[in-house]
Design a protein around this ligand. Structure first.
Ligand code: SAH
Ligand code: SF4
Length: 347
């Protein structure tokens, strides 16, 4: 029988497995405690679990790990980028960033990405496969272990903004977030987690129905279909009108503010007229705009906008709440949109 990673199991799923074997659900609490709080690496170390139950666990599960194959630390801002190897040899990247309020992580949701955004390094690698629940959980577990060992700290927040489109891996994402939020497991509150999507409308609606308290960010990047379709092929499937309807649907279920990500690229989407179009689009919606300075990737031919501050001022003047994303990890290609397992061919 094929053994599976125990990190794939939410508390409820582990509990129902145990109940099928007539084991009290209290045992899943003990197992979670050993896994996530004490971070043991074998079932034998779970000293308050009976021999018989340890045997059952060993027969069905493994406690797996991600192999760290590379770590780079930005000498200026301490941003730390990890390259992890998965059990089938594929690789993913995760990043730790230090902010005034604490440490935050950026994790990946897929190997590669199929959305094909023209400005993004991750999108240059076609999707190989979705990450399994354990592979997302283990990114956080590994980063927390690193912070504990090196600084006696832990992550206070994370974003799912690494490689991949999280809403193209919806079911695994939901179980991962369940484990991330769970007080018995990773214990990072919903409000300290953000999921970013390029605009998969069907799953924005599903997410709205779930009434998740996790923050939602939407990569808009353009105020009209003409520009957006040029940058993001997803716009040919779900255009801006459909995206705005999905945002309104979300707000009919949930009064949480949505983050609108807007990447500023020189001469493409950063003109004054674009700012005014964006204001029209967002003025009656519960959103705030996060302006992202474009990080150049070799192949794209796009350049960083010189109008970031001007664009910001126009939005601000028209009462659109707006921030400019702080840049992190520039010196180690760990900034937004630059993540890619480029060592693929070398390691
Ligand atoms: N696939 C999801 C989440 C990962 S991308 C999404 O697209 O939302 C995370 C963010 O980084 C997105 O807003 C994306 O548009 C942005 N990004 C991509 N390439 C970038 C680049 N070269 N410079 C700056 N931000 C970039
Ligand atoms: Fe994929 Fe997001 Fe990059 Fe677009 S920006 S290619 S959706 S990772």
């Amino acid at each position: 029988m094929n053994k599976v990673s125990i990190y794939n199991f939410t508390y409820d799923k582990l509990t129902s497995f145990l109940e099928q074997h007539n084991i009290n659900k209290f045992v899943s609490k003990q197992i979670f405690d050993w896994l996530y709080k004490k971070q043991v690496s074998s079932f034998e170390e779970m000293t308050n679990i009976s021999k018989k139950n340890i045997e059952l666990l060993n027969n069905n599960f493994i406690i797996d790990d991600l192999e760290e194959i590379k770590k780079q630390i930005d000498p200026v801002d301490e941003t730390t980028k990890f390259l992890f190897k998965l059990s089938d040899g594929n690789k993913v990247e995760s990043v730790i960033m230090k902010f005034d309020y604490g440490y935050s992580a950026c994790v990946s949701s897929q190997v590669g990405c199929n959305m094909g955004c023209k400005f993004c390094a991750s999108g240059k690698l076609k999707k190989v496969r979705n990450l399994e629940v354990n592979e997302m959980v283990l990114q956080i577990v590994k980063l927390n272990k690193y912070l504990k060992e090196t600084k006696n700290e832990r992550l206070s927040s994370f974003v799912v903004m690494g490689i991949g489109e999280p809403f193209d891996n919806y079911n695994n994402l939901i179980d991962f977030l369940d484990i991330a939020k769970d007080r018995k497991a990773i214990e990072i509150g919903s409000r300290h987690i953000t999921v970013s999507t390029s605009g998969l409308v069907h799953n924005i609606k599903k997410w709205a129905d779930s009434q998740s308290q996790v923050n939602l960010a939407i990569s808009l990047h353009a105020p009209n279909d003409e520009v957006r379709s040029q940058l993001m092929p997803v716009n040919n499937t779900y255009n801006i009108k459909q995206l705005m309807e999905a945002i309104d649907y979300y707000h009919s279920k949930n009064n949480r503010r949505i983050t609108i990500e807007y990447l500023l690229i020189d001469g493409i989407n950063d003109k004054e007229e674009h700012a005014y179009e964006l204001i029209d689009l967002l003025k009656n919606r519960l959103c705030y705009v996060n302006l992202i300075p474009y990080n150049s990737i070799d192949e794209s031919g796009f350049k960083r906008s010189k109008n970031v501050k001007k664009f910001f001022d126009i939005l601000n003047k028209h009462n659109i709440t707006c921030t400019i994303r702080q840049e992190r990890g520039k010196n180690i290609s760990a900034a937004c949109g630059q993540l890619r397992a480029k060592e693929n061919s070398k390691v």
